[in-house]
Structure formats: structure tokens, C-alpha cells
Design a protein around this ligand. Structure first.
Ligand SMILES: Cc1cc2nc3c(=O)[nH]c(=O)nc-3n(C[C@H](O)[C@H](O)[C@H](O)COP(=O)(O)OP(=O)(O)OC[C@H]3O[C@@H](n4cnc5c(N)ncnc54)[C@H](O)[C@@H]3O)c2cc1C
Length: 693
């Protein structure tokens, strides 16, 4: 008889089975990973999710939500290498990962097509593409505003058809790990000094994952044992006060961080203009029809503030039009006439002058010192585009009706009539480009723990629109194939004394008990089981209040405008918050774990930014580094000096629980491999598992 396991004085329910793989997350990445596992013959699996219907994939979108893949229509030549070069050129991205994402992109695209995702093709079966931001060809495809939703639903139907178990309302709060290396105690990520590239795509030492502790309904704890874990918990909007992510997705990469998983490029995000009342990304057609931007002060006085930033209506209109293609803020697109001047202008109105900022689709830009709006001044590219699209209406709304009527319907379905009201906006976080550092099989620095989807740090400083959805699909495929093709054939950790089909053995349970005890100690959480919030005197502010404060710190200092002095101050605040203990009543328990995760991730995020700035890093990609005393606006109008020094380096950050410290370093990115493509050689390697070596 094995002794029961306890956590905070409660008995932990042990799931009496050792899974070949547990998948965390019911988004497009998690579902896809589970399907591939079963297709590879791995059926002893389960999907865990905190809420099946939450997540970014199922609930987010844009005017034309994009999937990025190799161009495969007409005579336009393309290749894995060419697409990999585009991905790699974004900076700070590993070339071998870029090649994997490119090489598998069509396989995953057509996997989705075969599951019924309605990517459009012509009468002959050609799937045409269009050019997206940071794209060199027409590689992008879309099903309309809800591409990721269509993907998630089609993948979910396949998960149901295959009978894959989904345990909903199950919040993973801890990954159980054993051994040293790769994770905590790994000296390779020590502060200061560069480290050589890991080469070959493998990261980390011998620390491995073997289970998951979960919080379920009624504050019950359960323990899953797993030979492998694919973590697909999505991005981490919980870091910020306001975002364009759907409500309900807060992220849980802090669970990975706690285990000492190394993060790559955690500093890199995408920010852009989105609506607030209904969280939606205002890219593409919403900008291409050239709406009117205005701010309103406390007295209700309206101001067409963009007139102050552009010297003619034509320049202003062109910048707004290009914002459609160039949606994410880009430091490179500041300077005279640049489309990212608009993000800065919106920020200044809202966050420095304290006004509310809106888009008005009922009228053209007008007034100010510059001549009135007329379609003849909008520039050749914008005019040609609107004309070719049959969208030369008299107002932005008329043009939008012709260019993309579902874009209007979408807001109407949320109770917002673009013909009758202004749309309130801000510059908001939309996507994290960095995340857990991964090998070419999407394994993190902790063995048997894989990361797929937005929580994986596969992208660099900038990426083509649509490559996030592709990376999420490719990641699940790669992880599943490594688990099926290599780990399940070679892993003996659960062997003698560890248990088998009949359930776990004593050695594994002892390791689990030690992990639970260490986790409980490290949490600094006062949770006398069953205590009700509000009963008795609280020593500290409540968890929602603490979380709000933390999010405000991150939003204030670590958004798309960053400044060394401010980061230093906010980092000190966050480090101090990390030392505070926490009280939680029964109804706050789930929030308490989330808060701890977001706090730890904030430390890593802030330490990474500090390390970058302290190393002399300048503006790049989706954020601008402000400095000096000239003010943000003059810097933006001159154009921020752009950093080239760190283009070919990945920024690695890692939490060391033993030292209670975050370490950072730069390492050179791995180049795009010149792989041997001799068919007979590849065939032999494929047959005998050589591809995994
Ligand atoms: C407005 C907007 C527009 C976008 N447009 C595009 C686009 O055009 N092209 C593109 O490529 N990308 C786009 N993206 C990004 C892309 O949609 C996401 O990166 C992608 O959908 C993330 O998928 P995922 O499966 O990794 O995560 P999600 O879909 O967020 O799923 C995460 C899952 O994990 C679960 N989960 C999280 N933590 C836990 C835990 N601790 N325990 C159990 N379960 C947990 C969640 O409940 C959820 O089921 C956009 C994003 C936004 C916000």
C-alpha cells in the first residue's frame, strides 16, 4: 500500500495511470499535438485544460486572420529554404527552427484543409496567397476574420472523433521534475558573458519532467504522471493590464519558468492598435479604408491629433493605409511619414495627455493645418488597391462596406454599430514572439517537456503575419513525432520501481511527494484550507489588487515604449513584490497560483529587458527604446536609432529557484542548416530513426 500524497494539508488525488503523454491546452496547438500523437500510434494520452472554451485560438481574430505557409499557387516559385530565410531574417531566431517551420508548413496547412478548415482554393484546386507583413512573397492564406477559431473547431471535431480524453476545468499548477541540469542549478545560463550555441538543436541537461499537479473544481488537487508533456498553454496576456487577447486567456508560462525552463527572446512582443470595448485587432481593411483618428478630452473637445504629425493629408492617409499591412508597431517605421508614428501619437494622446482616442468610420480625415481629404491625395498604392478592390466609396464606412463587409458585421455582432458610434482604441499587446526556448523537436530545456504554440519561443524579433498559427501547428507535429519515434522507444525512467501499466511505483511517488513539499514551501502562500476571504484581518492587499498593480507596472514600463531608467525602477518593484507572502481564502486559490505564475514571469520578462538595455540594446522590432530629454514625439518623428548589434543573437533568460535569481545571456542564433537531401540517405535515416539523433 503506497502512502497518500498531501498538498496544503489536503489529500492529492492520484490518477492511477502513467500517461505516454499529457497535453496541456485546448487551443489550436494543443489539439493538433494530440491528434498527431494518436496518428503516430500514441493513444495513452489526455488533454488537460483549465477551460475548454477559453484560449486565444478559439476566441481571437482580425479582419483577415492569417495563416503563413509556403506559396503553392500559380507559377510563383517558393521553397522551404526561401521561407526559412524570410522567417530567419526577422532577427534573433534560430535558423534550424525556421527551416522546420517552413518545411512542415504545407503539411500542416493541408492537414487543416483535410479536417475541413475552409481555406479558399480556385476551380483547379490552387490555394492562392496574399502578402502579409514582413513577407517577401504571397504566402498568406485566410478563412476570414475567424481563421484560428475555424482551426480550433475543426481540430476539436477530430479530437472528439478520435475519442481523445479531455479533462476540462483542470488547471495545471506545477510540472513535476526530477534531476539536475537544463533546469534549476544549470550554470550555463549564468549572468554575463555569451554562451556558444547549443548546435544540433538540443538544449539543456538531464532534468526531466514526469508529472503534473492540477487544481480542479472545488479546490481539489490531482496528480498526473506522464512520460512526456506537451505544454500548449498559449500566450501570457496576464502580464498586462489591457490587451487585445480575448478575456479568459491569461497564460501560464510561469509554470514552466518555475522549473527553470530557459526562455528565448521573452522580451519580444507584438503591439498594435486594437479596440477596447470589444477586444479586436484593427489591422488590414480597418486601416486600408483610411478612417478618421480623433481624441476627446474631459470636456468633450475633439482633436484630429494625427494632423500634427504629418505634413499633408496625402502623407497622413498613406500612413493610415499602410498601417493595414504594417499593423504591429515597428521602430523601423517611425521617422517622417512612417505608419508607426500613428501608434506613438495614439499613445501620447491616451497615456500622456489622458484623453480617449477613437476611430471614426463615418467621416474622412479632415481639418487641421493641412488640406482636406480627397481620394486623389492618398497615394498611388492606396488608390490602386482601393480601386482594384472596387472600394472607392465616399467615406471610410462606404469603402469598408465594399472592401470587407464582414468586418462591419463583426462589430455589429458585438453591439457596436460603426455607422453610429466611434470605436475606442489603444495600442495593445497582441502576441508574444518569445517563450520557452526549444530544440528542433520543440523540447524545452527540461527533458520530456515540450512547448507548442504561443508559449514556445520559436520567433525572433519580428515575424511575418500568420507565422504564429503555422508555428503552433508545426510544433505539435514535431513534438509528437519525437515522442512517438524516439522517447517512447528509449525512455526507461519509469522502469523498475517506477511503475508500469498498473500504476506508479514507490520511487516515482517518493519523487512526487518531494516535489509537492518543495513547491508548497516555495510558494510563500498562506492558505489555511477552507478559510473564507474577508474573514479575519488581512495583512496584505487582496490578490486581484496585487495582480492589477503588477499588470500596471508591466503595462507602464514594459510595453512598446521602453526606457532604461523606468525598467530599473519597475524591476525593483517587481523583485520586492516577489518577496511578499500571499494570503488566499478558498475562493481565491486558483487566482493565487495564477498570480504567482504571472509574478515570476514578470520577473523574467523585466530582467530580460533590463539585460538587453543594460547591454546597450536599442530599438528594434515591435518596441522602441526611448531616452534623452527630447521627448517621445521628437524621437519618433526623427525615427528611433535601430539596433543591429543583437540581430543574430537570441536573448536567453532563466529562473534559478535555488538562488531565487533570474539569469540572462545572449547566445548566437543557430544558422539555417545546409541539410543533406540525397533521397536514399534521408530514406535510410528516416527508416531507422536516424532523423532523431
Ligand atoms: C487579436 C489577435 C489576432 C491574431 N491574429 C493572428 C493572425 O492573423 N495570424 C497568426 O498567425 N496569429 C495570430 N494571432 C496569434 C494566434 O492567434 C495565437 O498565437 C494562437 O492562437 C495561440 O494558440 P495556442 O494554441 O498556442 O494557445 P491558445 O489558443 O491560447 O490556447 C491555450 C490553451 O491552454 C489552456 N491553458 C492555459 N494555461 C493552462 C493551465 N495552467 N492548465 C490547463 N490549461 C491551460 C487555455 O485554457 C487554452 O485552452 C492573433 C492573436 C490575437 C490575440
Amino acid at each position: 500500500m503506497l502512502p497518500p500524497l498531501y498538498f496544503f494539508g489536503k489529500t492529492v488525488k492520484l490518477i492511477n495511470r502513467i500517461y505516454d503523454c499529457v497535453v496541456v491546452g485546448s487551443g489550436a496547438a494543443g489539439y493538433n499535438a494530440a491528434i498527431h500523437l494518436v496518428n503516430f500510434g500514441v493513444e495513452n494520452i489526455v488533454i488537460l485544460c483549465e477551460n475548454r472554451l477559453n484560449g486565444t485560438s478559439r476566441n481571437a481574430g482580425s479582419d483577415k486572420q492569417t495563416y503563413y505557409k509556403i506559396a503553392c499557387a500559380g507559377a510563383e516559385g517558393d521553397s522551404p529554404r526561401s521561407m526559412a530565410e524570410t522567417l530567419f531574417s526577422g532577427g534573433a531566431m534560430d535558423g534550424d527552427i525556421a527551416l522546420c517551420e517552413a518545411a512542415h508548413s504545407l503539411e500542416e496547412f493541408f492537414h487543416l484543409v483535410s479536417l475541413g478548415v475552409p481555406f479558399p482554393h480556385n476551380s483547379y484546386g490552387e490555394f492562392p496567397g496574399y502578402q502579409t507583413d514582413h513577407d517577401s512573397r504571397r504566402r498568406a492564406s485566410s478563412t476570414g476574420p475567424y481563421t484560428s477559431k475555424a482551426m480550433t473547431e475543426a481540430l476539436e471535431r477530430e479530437v472528439f472523433r478520435k475519442g481523445i480524453a479531455i479533462n476540462d476545468k483542470t488547471q495545471v499548477i506545477k510540472i513535476l521534475c526530477s534531476g539536475e541540469g537544463g533546469g534549476n542549478g544549470d550554470k550555463s545560463a549564468g549572468n554575463g558573458g555569451a554562451e556558444e550555441s547549443g548546435g544540433g538543436g538540443k538544449t539543456g541537461g538531464e532534468r526531466r519532467a514526469f508529472g503534473l499537479l492540477c487544481l480542479g473544481e472545488g479546490n481539489t488537487f490531482s496528480l498526473y504522471l506522464a512520460k512526456n508533456i506537451i505544454f500548449a498553454g498559449g500566450g501570457n496576456p496576464g502580464l498586462y493590464r489591457q490587451t487585445v487577447y480575448p478575456p479568459g486567456q491569461s497564460g501560464s508560462s510561469g509554470v514552466l519558468a518555475r522549473e527553470g525552463v530557459r526562455f528565448a527572446n521573452i522580451t519580444e512582443w507584438q503591439y498594435g492598435i486594437g479596440s477596447i470595448k470589444f477586444r479586436w485587432n484593427l489591422s488590414g481593411s480597418y486601416q486600408q479604408v483610411i478612417p478618421r483618428y480623433l481624441s476627446v478630452d474631459a470636456q468633450g473637445k475633439e482633436d484630429e491629433f494625427l494632423n500634427d504629425y504629418f505634413s499633408t493629408t496625402g502623407e497622413l492617409a498613406a500612413a493610415v493605409f499602410f498601417k493595414g499591412y504594417q499593423w504591429p508597431f515597428s521602430a523601423e517605421k517611425t521617422g517622417k511619414g512612417g505608419s508607426s508614428i500613428i501608434d506613438i501619437a495614439v499613445y501620447i494622446e491616451r497615456h500622456i495627455k489622458g484623453k480617449r482616442v477613437y476611430l471614426d468610420f463615418t467621416r474622412n480625415p479632415q481639418g487641421g493645418e493641412i488640406e482636406n481629404f480627397d481620394l486623389s491625395v492618398i497615394g498611388k498604392e492606396a488608390l490602386d488597391y482601393l480601386s482594384a478592390s472596387g472600394a472607392l466609396g465616399a467615406t471610410p464606412l462606404e469603402r469598408l462596406k465594399r472592401l470587407n463587409p464582414p468586418a462591419i458585421e463583426l462589430y455589429r455582432s458585438q453591439g457596436i454599430d460603426l455607422a453610429a458610434e466611434y470605436l475606442e482604441i489603444d495600442v495593445l499587446p497582441q502576441h508574444q514572439n518569445g517563450g520557452a526556448e526549444i530544440s528542433i523537436w520543440w523540447e524545452t530545456s527540461v527533458k520530456h517537456l515540450f512547448a507548442a504554440g504561443e508559449c514556445a519561443g520559436s520567433h525572433g524579433v519580428r515575424r511575418p503575419g500568420g507565422s504564429a498559427l503555422n508555428a503552433g501547428q508545426v510544433g505539435g507535429l514535431r513534438a509528437a513525432s519525437y515522442i512517438a519515434g524516439f522517447y517512447l522507444k528509449n525512455d526507461t525512467w519509469f522502469g523498475p520501481g517506477g511503475g508500469g501499466e498498473e500504476g506508479p511505483g514507490e520511487r516515482v511517488l517518493r519523487a512526487a511527494a518531494a516535489e509537492l513539499a518543495a513547491f508548497e514551501r516555495g510558494l510563500k502562500l498562506d492558505y489555511p484550507a477552507g478559510k473564507q476571504a474577508g474573514r479575519g484581518e488581512r495583512k496584505n492587499p487582496g490578490i486581484p489588487e496585487k495582480l492589477r498593480r503588477l499588470q500596471e507596472i508591466n503595462s507602464g514600463a514594459a510595453g512598446f515604449l521602453r526606457n532604461k531608467g523606468e525598467i530599473k525602477r519597475s524591476l525593483a518593484l517587481i523583485e520586492a513584490m516577489a518577496q511578499e507572502s500571499l494570503e488566499a481564502g478558498d475562493e481565491e486559490l486558483a487566482a493565487a497560483f495564477k498570480y504567482r505564475e504571472i509574478l515570476l514571469l514578470s520577473r523574467i520578462f523585466h530582467q530580460g529587458i533590463w539585460y538587453y538595455l543594460d547591454s546597450g540594446g536599442l530599438s528594434r522590432g515591435s518596441c522602441a527604446v526611448t531616452g534623452g530629454d527630447s521627448g517621445i514625439r521628437p524621437q519618433a518623428e526623427r525615427g528611433f536609432p535601430i539596433d543591429a548589434a543583437f540581430h543574430d543573437k537570441a536573448l536567453i533568460t532563466k529562473f534559478d529557484a535555488g538562488a531565487d535569481k533570474v539569469h540572462s545571456l545572449f547566445r548566437p542564433v543557430r544558422p539555417i542548416p545546409q541539410a543533406d537531401l540525397w533521397f536514399e540517405k534521408v530514406w535510410a535515416d528516416y527508416r531507422d530513426g536516424g532523423i532523431f539523433r
